[in-house]
Write a protein that binds this ligand. Structure first.
Ligand SMILES: [Zn+2]
Ligand SMILES: [Zn+2]
Length: 441
């Protein structure tokens, strides 16, 4: 009898055959090739309702809608970045056009460590595929689309958090190995979003050796209740798989079954591949499990060859730490709209923060000052002054007008763009509503 998927599922593969950071780098094409073999071996593409689609090619404008690449986009990215981002866009379009119920983009190079400002690659990422996809959707289908990211990669999704930190229509949840024990060293429970989107950033750091038990405790008691409240139009799983027990870069203990069950409960519209470096022992099983779960099919037989039920048990100490953090985050989520923003951020005009950003891949050190205007009428004009060493560009000014910008903030942003020309060699203005990026050089 022919098996039929309960949910029609679109798969978009892009292994980027001709692109790598270096030939022996852990982020390489074999990450996807072993998965593709497993998908064929398990006969997934013979199942009625599971179809493979080709990626689109994203445009430079798609990148510029999301990022400010310095000095310019063309000199920083290459064609595989545009196809990887285009793979995410294709997956989203399949869902928006109702060609499928759900879609999974199995693409590389990955994206979630790419910030809004980009000087090069960090954490193996140059541009943020899932953010480029979301900004494309909001431009095409309306900026009032409510989006929820659930990033399950073992590393904190610092890039996606940076892009959406002050965006009220995007909920960003990242669960990851505690930043005190892993790159990029961030993602703690006190980071809750900027003054225009307070409460809509949620970070749950997990202790090393967290198993499926801890992951599912967080899912059942924190993530699913928050998603219920937020009621998004789209749920996106940024499906990083480097918290598998066999991953060489991390110290987590998640199994393919644990991942698949997460996708069944989370019921995402879209999944976008992130990290995962246990190329033969984990990725083929996790990805197949995610696909079956998204298609609404039985995944109980998908197990790693060395799977052992003891892996799933975690110490009570780990369970207690996770419970405490979940309780804290849940209580701040419930109070998010009662907060007096001016008192919380201790200012009536601009909320200012300093950030040191290390590009481990490109060996660049960037210092940013981010100023967000506290505005009663919109989420607020943002000004980012940035300097990167050892680059010789000097300090750059970056002005961002959000989708919901009010007239006053818009005017202020354009005025600042003009008057800053005497002080900065490189100035950029990203106007989300008008869908344009201005630059003076
Ligand atoms: Zn990762
Ligand atoms: Zn405003």
């Amino acid at each position: 009898m022919q098996i039929k998927a309960k949910n029609n599922l679109g798969l978009v593969f892009f292994p980027a055959f001709d692109w790598s950071i270096s030939p022996t780098h852990p982020e390489r094409k074999e990450r996807l090739l072993y998965t593709k073999d497993q998908v064929l071996e398990e006969g997934l593409l013979d199942i009625e309702g599971i179809e493979e689609y080709n990626p689109l090619v994203a445009t430079i404008d798609d990148v510029n809608r999301t990022h400010i690449c310095i000095p310019d986009t063309e000199s920083i990215i290459s064609k595989p970045h545009l196809i990887s981002a285009g793979g995410a866009i294709k997956a989203a379009e399949l869902v928006m056009q109702q060609e499928v119920d759900k879609a999974f983009a199995i693409i590389r190079p990955p994206g979630h460590h790419a910030f809004r400002i980009v000087y090069g690659a960090r954490g193996f990422c140059t541009v943020n595929n899932e953010a480029i996809m979301v900004e494309y959707l909001r431009q095409k289908y309306g900026s009032d689309l409510k989006i929820a990211f659930v990033d399950t990669d073992a590393h904190h999704a610092d890039g996606t958090q940076n892009i959406y930190y002050n965006d009220p229509n995007v909920l960003h949840i990242s669960i990851h190995q505690d930043g005190r024990t892993l790159f990029p060293g961030t993602g703690f429970t006190d980071d809750l979003g900027g003054p225009g989107a307070f409460g809509r950033t949620i970070n749950l750091p997990l202790p090393t050796n967290t198993t499926d038990q801890g992951l599912h405790y967080a899912l059942d008691n924190l993530i699913l209740p928050i998603l219920d409240d937020f009621d998004p139009d789209l749920i996106i799983n940024a499906a990083g798989q480097d918290n598998h027990y066999s991953d060489p870069l991390t110290q987590m203990k998640i199994t393919a079954q644990g991942y698949a069950e997460l996708n069944e409960k989370l019921d995402p519209d879209l999944a976008i591949l992130q990290g995962g470096y246990s190329i033969e022992s984990a990725l083929p099983y996790i990805n197949t499990g995610i696909m079956l779960a998204m298609a609404g099919l039985d995944y109980s037989y998908i197990k790693e060859p060395d799977y052992n039920s003891k892996i799933v048990k975690q110490s009570t100490k780990i369970t207690d730490i996770i419970k405490k953090r979940v309780d804290k985050l849940l209580s701040s989520w419930k109070k998010r709209d009662e907060i007096d923003i001016q008192a919380k951020f201790n200012t009536q005009d601009y909320y200012t923060t300093q950030h040191n950003i290390f590009y481990d891949t490109a060996q660049i050190r960037e210092n940013q000052q981010i100023k967000i205007k506290i505005c009663p009428d919109c989420s607020g004009l943002m000004i980012i002054d940035s300097r990167a060493v050892p680059l010789s560009i000097g300090e750059t000014r970056n002005i961002i007008l959000p989708f919901d910008v009010c007239n006053e903030c818009r005017q202020l942003g354009y005025n600042k763009y003009e008057i800053s020309k005497s002080d900065f060699n490189y100035i950029y203005l990203q106007d989300k509503k008008e869908d344009k990026l201005l630059t003076n050089h």
